[in-house]
Each structure stands twice: as C-alpha cells, then as structure tokens.
Design a protein around this ligand. Structure first.
Ligand code: 13P
Ligand code: SF4
Length: 321
C-alpha cells in the first residue's frame, strides 16, 4: 500500500469535508482509512445521520443509492459506478413490476440489494441484520413476496415459519460455497465454529452453527471463545475479524473448484485507493437520481427505518403502481 495515497486521501477528506463509509467486503486498506465501516444496514443508517457535506461510499452502488435516497442533500460519491451486484442485475424493474402485479394482494419485502427502481415498487426494505424484526411486523394474514435473494428469503421463511413467494435471484458469490466440501472440512476441523451469511444455499447453511449478517458474523468471532472459525462469506470481512481476534484461525468455507478464489465479490473489489482518491479530487462519479423515483423509493426504506427504530407503520391494502 502506498503511504502517499493514504495521506492524500486523508488530506482530501478534511479539505473537502468528505466522510468515507466502507463495507466489510472492501480491501483492508480501504476499511482502515474509512470513517465508518459496517454492514449494509449500518451504512444506510449512518449515511442518513452524517453531518459532513459529502459522502464517499466504498461498497456497491445500491448502498450509495440508499444513502442518496435517505439523505438527498449530500453529494454521494462512489469510486466506481460499475460496482453492481448480481441480485440487482437479476431483478430488472419491468419483470419485478409484473411479479408484483401478479400478486397484487401481497406485501413485498425487498432486500436492500436491489435497484432504486425496484425499491420504488416495494413495500418494505430489509437487510439480513433486521429482516426478522421487520417480518414480525407484517400481519400474519398477509401473503408475502420476498426478493430478490431467494436464499435469504428461504432461510427467513423456514426459521420464522412464514410462507413466502420467492423471486428467483441469488448472490453469485455466496452460492459458490459447496456443502459437500464444507462438510468434509468440518470433519477435518471438528473444533471449528461454522458461521455463514444467509445468502448461502440451504445445503450450506445446514452446517452452520450461526447464520447472520456480516456484522453478526463479526460479533460472533469477537465474542465466541472458540479458537477456530470456518467462514462462509466474502473474504473482505476477515480483515476486521482478525483485527478483533488476532488469536483465532479463520478458514474460508470451500467452493466447488479448489483452485478458485471465487468467493471474492468482483463488484466490491472494483474499488481501489486510486479510484477513491480520484473521486475525491474530481467529485465524480456521483450518485444522482430523479426526484420522483427517489421519493417513491424512500417509502419502503422509511418503513425499514421506522420499524427498526420502534415506530409504528401502516401497510397498503394492495399494490398500486
Ligand atoms: P450485509 O448486509 O450482511 O452487510 O450483506 C450485504 C451483502 O451484500 C452481502 O453479500
Ligand atoms: Fe451482491 Fe453478492 Fe457482492 Fe453482496 S457479495 S454485493 S450480494 S454480488
């Protein structure tokens, strides 16, 4: 890592009043220079509350869009506008809209890993750290549509015994973890605690002692006295885990192909220190959004924020475009 570039970014942060928010899947060097590091819910919440005039979000674009929707006064920068997400790519607006229309009586829970357009036709947004709390508030007599991550939805549905209709999307990184190879690894390391993100397939999750969001997995490594963990999520989080617990051994859960380091998220890893420095110098790329779309997308994000802060919410009787 070049010391010069880190110093330059630190200087730009002060000069231009920019707060850097980073997700746990970013490279360690990016996490270390960020003002706030967290999971997708934490980043949306902090992005809404921040006092700096400008925000640079080192994560993926839907995270930066969520901040812009919630806090439109801020200039929201990203290192690379190409930092997408397979869940966003797999849930195009027109198809999601048709799905909603086909089940107009149902309430639609949409994962934050979705476009602003898809959020604008959803009833409530969830993340893996608050999904259970939000599900609890959905009346038992309402049918539920869950998208775009079918694996997170299936885990939730099974755990809380709530039937759902699933959008057939998946995270291209988490579905690569391989259940059979994970099982063999647990036999080799019977002393290891297996922790997994709920975007993994059910066959993988059944071997996990704990399933949770990135922040929940981190908390487990911090608090569980075990000395060894098998981790089924993106490798970027190892940085914070190892910082909190330098005494533990972390083993990445295996994918099918032994020679492939394919559980790195290619979108998160598009961000580099160079691109961050460039974005802060030029104030591009910036997240911009049509105001009508922003306001429509805000309703479902506001419901998430209201429920998680203990406020009452009301639900629409049926879907209207
Ligand atoms: P978290 O909300 O757990 O940080 O997950 C975001 C994500 O994109 C996982 O792949
Ligand atoms: Fe999307 Fe998966 Fe990358 Fe998370 S890890 S941003 S869900 S592609």
């Amino acid at each position: 890592m070049s010391f010069d570039i880190v110093e330059s970014i630190q200087k730009l942060k002060k000069e231009k009043d920019v707060a850097i928010l980073a997700h746990y899947y970013e490279d360690g060097a990016i996490q270390d220079l960020a003002d706030y590091v967290g999971d997708s819910f934490f980043l949306a919440k902090i992005g809404q509350q921040i006092s700096n005039k400008n925000i640079l979000l080192a994560g993926v674009v839907f995270m930066a869009e969520s901040v812009k929707i919630l806090n439109p006064e801020k200039t929201v920068l990203v290192p690379d506008l190409g930092a997408g997400c397979s869940l966003v790519h797999g849930s195009p607006y027109d198809k999601y809209l048709q799905w909603r229309k086909d089940h107009a009586d149902a309430l639609c829970m949409t994962y934050i890993n979705s476009s602003a357009e898809v959020k604008s036709i959803s009833d409530v947004i969830i993340t893996s750290s608050n999904a259970a709390q939000i599900l609890e508030k959905i009346p038992k007599d309402r049918r539920i549509l869950f998208g775009p991550d079918q694996h997170l939805g299936k885990w939730l549905s099974k755990k809380y015994d709530r039937p759902m209709i699933f959008w057939p999307g998946a995270c291209e990184v988490h579905i690569l973890f391989n259940a059979k190879r994970l099982f063999n690894l647990t036999l080799e390391h019977p002393d290891a605690v297996v922790i997994a993100h709920p975007e993994c397939e059910d066959a993988v999750l059944q071997y996990a002692h704990l399933v949770g969001s990135t922040s929940r997995l981190l908390e487990e490594v911090e608090k569980n006295p075990a000395k060894k963990f098998i981790v089924a999520t993106e490798s970027g989080i190892f940085h914070q885990m190892q910082k909190l617990r330098p005494d533990v051994t972390l083993i990445q859960a295996p994918v099918m192909d032994e020679n492939c380091a394919c559980n790195d998220c290619p979108y998160m890893k598009m961000n580099t220190l160079q691109k961050i420095e460039n974005a802060m110098k030029t104030f591009t790329p910036e997240i911009t959004m049509d105001e009508t779309l922003r306001l429509k997308a805000r309703t479902s994000l506001d419901r998430m924020m209201d429920i998680t802060s203990g406020k009452p919410v009301t639900w629409p009787e049926s879907f209207k475009e």
